[in-house]
Design a protein around this ligand. Sequence first.
Ligand SMILES: [Zn+2]
Length: 498
Amino acid sequence: MKYTLRFLIPALLLLSNTAFSQQNSDNFCGTRGITKWFEWYCQNRDVLAQDRGNDSTWIYVPMTIQITGTDSGTEHYNLEQAIIAVNNMNQQYIPAKIRFYLMPGDPFRYLDKTSWHDHDWTGGADLIDNNRLPDRLNAFVVKNPAGNCGYSWMDAIVLGKNCSGASNTTWAHEAGHHFSLPHPFFGWEGTTWNYATPAPAEIGGRPVETTDGTNCYNSGDFFCDTRPDYLNYRWSCDQNHESTTVQHDPNGVEFRSDATLFMGYALDACANRFSPEQIMAMRDNIMFDHNEYIQITDPLQEISDGDPVQLVSPIDTAFVQYNNVTFSWNPVPNASLYTVEVALHENNLPRFIWETVYNTTTLTITKNIPNNKLLYWRVRPYSEWDLSKQLAPQQIGVFRTKNYAATNDLERVVLADLSPNPVISGVVAQLHLSADDNMDASLRITDAAGRMCSIETLRIQPGDNLIDIPTDKLASGLYFVTLQNEKGNIIKRLAVTE
Ligand SMILES: [Zn+2]
């Protein structure tokens, strides 16, 4: 039988805002309810199973990652972390034979809007409505997804950047919802229950799943190969990968929840699988409800493991201007994304630069690289298809920074920055000095006519020094702030306004 049922499937309709507004903040997942498609699926399992046969082909799902930031363009989730998160999800979905890749030509976007970055449900709806892209899994990474780690809603998944670290299960969980899976504890979301007592026969108008499995296709997550689970909060697991909390089914039978399921609320380290029935439902969901995702049926080109990135410049301890460094490297076959890291030590710590660039083999950096240092850098190659090269061995480039603009030895070893400037009279300005070494110096403030306004002696420490420049005794006008010792001097102009 060929499927003619597609027209029966209503548009993917998740939940009303009313349902969402009932939940409180600090939840792991904000997804509630089941989709219309999943209801249809549950009613048609048998015919679907017949038609499915021994389907074992890989399904490839394209994604675009949209990373929000504040209105001023700060607080972005790091792009390589997004690559790692998708690669991590690819490992978790291997048994399902589902592989995610980034949409060729449109792998990621940045969205700078604070009300999307840190949002309530209204802001989340606004984010998705305004930015959802066709024919792919839309993933938004934000600072605060309405008080949750993430949720699946309005045909998109939204992930909190603090719940999206290496080896998280948030992404696999929300993608599972996107492909129709409910929580194993479906119906218990948002309830409070004394688990030492037997569960009620019904919750939310549906039967409660029992340990003997009698109602397993009509309750819980509607799958029979996942056990009962009523735990609607983040929980830790024991050595057997079960909940430490003992629950009681409606017949009073004791049990512990299975911590291995991505769709439950066990901590990331406990979960490692989808059940076979969950996998069948997800695959059917893609074939029927997200058929537009199926754009390729064969894998694309991988990046060869034997292709470390060849660094071009700077290498061989060459000197560069510390606040204007252009890194360049040779292209790697099939790569389109490159992650550049600059660090103080060969072990990549502490890391000053961690940036991923797209369709280019150069990166110019004008801040955050320290002066007068020997530094190490490396590049990792990725593509929209191949997100796996986090650990591939790479060449390490070594370079030294200096300040070519320095006209004397003091300027070579001390960087000075004065702010705010101009400063309103009465407000304290701050002189930020970044020094290589201990030293003494005089700090002199003179007015435009050369008259001395103040003088003091400073003890400058290696690293960052912050010196207050009070302006309450300075009339509006132009002043010179002069740092001086036997190495030379640094002169900064300071404008004081009314
Ligand atoms: Zn969830």
